[in-house]
Ligand binder design. Structure first.
Ligand code: MTE
Ligand code: HPA
Ligand code: MOS
Length: 750
C-alpha cells in the first residue's frame, strides 16, 4: 500500500496552510518580538508603525479580551509580553496589514526602549540560583546508597547534549476567519484542541464558538504539539477584532528564531559495575534547559527519567531531573520527547565503563539487557520483552562480530582514514506519560452510495496515520479501501482531542475507529438477518463486501445492506471513544504502569572517518526492529529511515549556537546543517523481528513514530570508536553533536 498522500504531494495537489486560497479581504500578520534576552519594557510606541502603508491594526497584551495566557501544563506563558521580556524572540505585538511585506515594514517602525536585566542561558547556573520550572523530580529503584560498596568499578562523568531545530518543511502558520458563530481557525497544529481551548481563553469565548480544522501538516516532529498555538491565537485575535480573515505564516528564519526546539541537557552520571560487567548501580542528574517558560518541559523531563536506563535492567537507580529556567525560547517536544537525552547518558556511561574495564561495550550492553518481568525504575515490569531477541537477532542477521573484525583489519591497514561501529539497543514506552491524554474518539459515516467518511482526533503530518486509519477501517468493515475517505481533523466533529503525539496516533485513533466500525457492523448484520429471514444475526459475516450466513454465501452485498439500512431508518453513523486500559502513574511515588507496552530494537551504525579533515560518512545502519504486525510496511520503513537520519543529525551535525546575549546565530539553513541525501547512510537495512504480534495495538501492530530516532545515538559512539583507532589514548568530552570541528579538536588537542 502506498501512502496515498505522497502521490498528491509530488503533484503539488496537497494543500498546506500557505496553499489554501484565502478568502477575499484576508489580511496578513507579522510578529514583532523582543531583540533582548531579558529586560523591562520601558516604552513601546506604535504610532509611526500604525501610519505605515497598508497597516490595519497592531495588537498587543492590552488588546486581549480574555486572559493573556497560553501555558499548557503551567500557566506561566503570555501570548504577548506585558512589562518584561524573557528571551530573544518573545512576542510583543502582532501587526496586521494588507500584505505580509507591509506588515513586516511596519514592524521596523515600532519604537521600543528596554532596561536590560541579567540573563541566564546555562541550566546549571539556573539550578544554582534555584530558577526551576517545577520542583526537582526523582525516580528511585532498589537501594543505591548501599549498592556502591558491591561494585568493583565505579565510573563518573558528565554529558552534554545539544538542542535540535525541527525544520519541518512547513513553517508554523494559521488562517483565522470570523464566522456567524465565532472564529474558525485553520491551523498547522498537532493539537487542535489546545488551539481551540487557548483561543477561547484569549478571546474570552466559550470553546463552542471556536472551530479548529487541520488538513495536514508539512511535518510536526513535536514542534507543533504545543507551539502551533501562539500563532493561531494571534491570527484569531486579529480576525476577531477586525472582523476579517487574517493569515499568519512564519517566514523560515522567524520560525527558527521564535519557536522552541529539542531541550539541550547537561547531565552527571555515576555507574557501578561488577568485574564481569554487570551494572549494579546508576545515579544520574539531568539539568534540562527548559527555556523561559514551562511549555511541555515537565512532561519531557519525566520521559527522560522514564528512559534513563534505556533497555537495561539496573537494580539500583537514582535519577534526578531539574527543569531549569533560562532566557531562551521555551524548548518543546521533539521526536523522543526527552527519551533520547536520557538514553545518550546511559550509553555514554557504558562506553566509558567499557574503556576503563577493557571490555567491549557490546558485552556490557548484552549482559544488562532487560529480561521478561524485570522492573523498570518507575515500577512497571516488562512483558513480551524483546530486548534480547532483537540484540541477538542483529548479530545473526548482520554478522555483527564480522563487522567489528573487518573494521579492525581496515584500521590496521589505513592510517588517516578510520572506521568505527557501535550498537544501539532501544526501549521506548508507548503511551502519553500524562495518563489522561491516552484517549481518542472516532466518528464514522456510511453514506447511501456506500462511501465512507472517517473522522478522528489524529493529525496527518507525514507519518501516514491517515493511510493506516483507512486500512484499519477497511479491514474492520471488510470493504475496499477505495470506499474510505479520512476527513480533516476538526474540533466540531471530534471534541476534546489529545494531540497527535507520543507515537500514539494510530493506536488511540485506530482502536476508536475499530470500535465505531464494529457498532456499524452489528447494525448492518441485523439488517442482513432480517432480509434473509434469519433470527440469529451473529451467524452473519461480511467478507470483502459479500454477506455470508453460517459461512455460506448469500445474495446480499455490503452496498445492499447500506441501502436497506437507510430505508429501514437505521443509523449509518457511529461514534466511539477509546481509552488505553490498565495504565496509571502516581506522581508522588513515581511508580505505576504508565505504558501500554514497550518498543524494542537494536541497530549497528558504521562510519568512516577522515582523520585529517574530521569529516565522516555513515556507511550503514542495520537494524532489527520490533514492528509488531505492521499495518503498512512501506510507511513503517519510511518512519524508520526518517527517524534514524534525524537521530544521526542530532548527534553529529545539527548544532545550535547562541551568542553571549542569547541571540541564535544558527538561524538559517546556511548555518544550521541538517541531514540531506548525501549525509544519509549509504545503506539502511531493516529487518522486522518475526513473530511478534502486539495484543495492545490495533491489528496487532506497534507504534512506530518516535522510537527509530534513538538508533541515531549509536552514531556518536561509532565516531568515538573510529577516533580512538586514530588516537588510542584520546580523552574526549562527551558533548553532542560531534561535529567535524569537535572531532578535529579531540584528535589533535594537546
Ligand atoms: N513523521 C513525519 N513524516 N512527520 C512528522 O512530523 N512526527 C513524529 C513521528 N513521525 C513526524 C513523523 C513524532 S514526534 C511523533 S510523536 C509521531 O510521528 C506522531 O504520529 P503517530 O502518533 O501517528 O506515530
Ligand atoms: N509524549 C508526547 N507528548 C506528551 C507526552 C508524552 O509522553 N505527555 C504529555 N504530552
Ligand atoms: Mo511527538 S515529540 O510526541 O510529537
Amino acid at each position: 500500500m502506498r501512502n496515498y498522500d505522497s502521490i498528491q504531494h509530488v503533484r503539488g495537489d496537497s494543500l498546506f496552510i500557505d496553499d489554501i486560497t484565502p478568502p477575499q479581504g484576508t489580511l496578513y500578520g507579522y510578529v514583532y518580538y523582543s531583540p533582548i534576552a531579558h529586560g523591562k519594557i520601558l516604552q513601546l510606541d506604535f504610532s509611526e508603525a500604525l501610519k505605515s502603508t497598508g497597516v490595519k491594526g497592531i495588537f498587543s497584551a492590552k488588546d486581549i479580551p480574555g486572559v493573556n495566557q497560553i501555558g499548557g501544563i503551567i500557566q506561566d506563558e503570555n501570548l504577548f509580553a506585558e512589562d518584561s521580556v524573557h528571551f530573544v524572540g518573545h512576542p510583543i505585538a502582532f501587526i496586521v496589514a494588507d500584505t505580509q511585506l507591509h506588515a513586516h515594514e511596519a514592524a521596523k517602525k515600532i519604537k521600543s526602549i528596554y532596561e536590560k536585566l541579567p540573563a541566564i542561558f546555562d541550566p546549571r547556573q539556573a539550578a544554582a540560583e534555584n530558577k526551576l520550572i517545577i520542583p526537582h523530580r526523582k525516580f528511585e529503584l532498589g537501594n543505591i546508597d548501599s549498592a556502591w560498596s558491591e561494585c568493583e568499578y565505579i565510573i563518573e562523568g558528565s554529558v552534554e547534549s545539544g538542542g535540535q531545530e525541527h525544520i519541518y518543511l512547513e513553517t508554523q502558520g494559521s488562517i483565522a476567519f470570523p464566522t456567524e458563530s465565532g472564529i474558525k481557525i485553520i491551523s498547522a497544529t498537532q493539537g487542535p484542541t489546545a488551539v481551540q481551548r487557548t483561543a477561547a481563553k484569549i478571546l474570552n469565548l466559550p470553546m463552542n464558538r471556536i472551530e479548529v480544522d487541520v488538513q495536514r501538516l508539512g511535518g510536526g516532529f513535536g514542534g507543533k504539539e504545543d507551539q502551533a498555538t501562539a500563532w493561531a491565537c494571534m491570527a484569531a485575535l486579529a480576525a476577531y477584532k477586525l472582523n476579517t480573515p487574517v493569515k499568519l505564516v512564519l517566514p523560515r528564519q522567524e520560525d527558527i528564531r521564535l519557536t522552541g526546539k529539542r531541550h539541550p541537557y547537561s547531565s552527571d552520571y555515576k555507574i557501578g559495575l561488577t568485574k564481569d560487567g554487570k551494572i549494579l548501580a546508576y545515579e544520574v542528574t539531568f539539568y534540562q534547559n527548559a527555556g523561559a517558560t514551562a511549555d511541555l518541559s515537565p512532561a519531557i523531563l519525566d520521559r527522560t527519567l522514564f528512559h534513563c536506563t534505556n533497555s537495561y535492567f539496573i537494580p539500583n537507580v537514582r535519577a534526578t531531573g531539574l527543569s531549569c529556567k533560562t532566557n531562551l525560547p521555551p524548548f518543546t517536544a521533539f521526536r523522543g520527547f526527552g527519551g533520547p537525552q536520557g538514553m545518550f547518558v546511559i550509553e555514554t556511561a557504558i562506553y566509558k565503563a567499557a574503556l576503563v574495564m577493557g571490555m567491549e561495550p557490546a558485552e556490557i550492553q548484552r549482559k544488562n539487557l532487560l529480561n521478561e518481568g524485570d522492573e523498570l525504575p518507575y515500577g512497571q515490569k516488562t512483558f513480551n520483552c524483546n530486548a534480547i531477541r532483537c540484540f541477538d537477532e542483529l548479530d545473526h542477521k548482520f554478522s555483527v562480530k564480522n563487522i567489528f573484525q573487518e573494521i579492525e583489519e581496515f584500521n590496521m591497514k589505513n592510517k588517516l582514514v578510520k572506521k568505527g561501529a557501535a550498537i544501539m539497543p532501544i526501549c521506548f514506552g508507548i503511551s502519553f506519560t500524562t495518563t489522561f491524554l491516552n484517549q481518542a474518539s472516532a466518528l464514522v459515516h456510511i453514506y447511501t452510495d456506500g462511501s465512507i467518511r472517517v473522522n478522528t482526533a489524529a493529525v496527518e503530518m507525514g507519518q501516514g496515520v491517515n493511510a493506516k486509519l483507512k486500512r484499519i477501517a477497511a479491514r474492520t468493515l471488510s470493504v475496499n479501501e477505495s470506499r474510505i475517505k479520512v476527513d480533516t481533523t476538526n474540533t466540531s466533529r471530534i471534541s476534546n482531542t489529545s494531540p497527535t503525539a507520543a507515537s500514539k496516533g494510530t493506536d488511540l485513533n485506530g482502536f476508536a475507529v475499530i470500535d465505531a466500525c464494529n457498532i456499524l457492523i452489528e447494525r448492518i448484520k441485523k439488517v442482513a438477518a432480517e432480509e434473509l429471514g434469519k433470527d440469529d444475526a451473529s451467524k452473519i459475516s461480511i467478507i470483502d463486501e459479500n454477506v455470508f450466513y453460517e459461512n455460506e454465501p448469500t445474495i446480499l452485498t455490503f452496498i445492499d445492506l447500506v441501502k436497506k439500512a437507510y430505508l429501514k431508518r437505521i443509523s449509518l453513523t457511529a461514534q466511539a471513544h477509546h481509552s488505553t486500559p490498565n495504565i496509571f502513574f502516581d506522581l508522588k511515588s513515581n511508580k505505576g504502569n504508565p505504558f501500554a507496552y514497550h518498543i524494542y530494537g537494536s541497530a549497528i551504525i558504521q562510519v568512516t572517518l577522515d582523520c585529517l579533515r574530521g569529516i565522516y560518512e555513515f556507511d550503514s545502519v542495520k537494524v532489527v526492529h520490533d514492528f509488531g504486525e505492521s499495518i503498512d510496511q512501506i510507511i513503517d520503513i519510511g518512519q524508520m529511515e526518517g527517524g534514524i537520519v534525524q537521530g544521526l543529525g542530532w548527534m553529529t551535525i545539527e548544532e545550535l549556537i547562541w551568542n553571549g546575549e542569547g541571540k541564535l546565530l544558527t538561524d538559517a539553513l546556511s548555518t544550521y546543517k541538517i541531514p540531506d541525501i548525501h549525509f544519509a547512510p549509504k545503506e539502511i537495512k531493516i529487518h522486522a523481528l518475526e513473530n511478534s504480534p502486539n495484543d495492545f495495538g490495533p491489528l496487532r501492530s506497534k507504534a512506530i513514530g518516535e522510537p527509530p530516532f534513538m538508533y541515531g545515538i549509536g552514531a556518536y559512539f561509532a565516531l568515538t570508536n573510529a577516533m580512538r583507532a586514530f588516537r588510542p589514548n584520546m580523552k574526549i568530552k562527551y558533548d553532542a553533536p560531534l561535529t567535524p570541528e569537535k572531532i578535529l579538536l579531540n584528535l589533535y588537542n594537546k
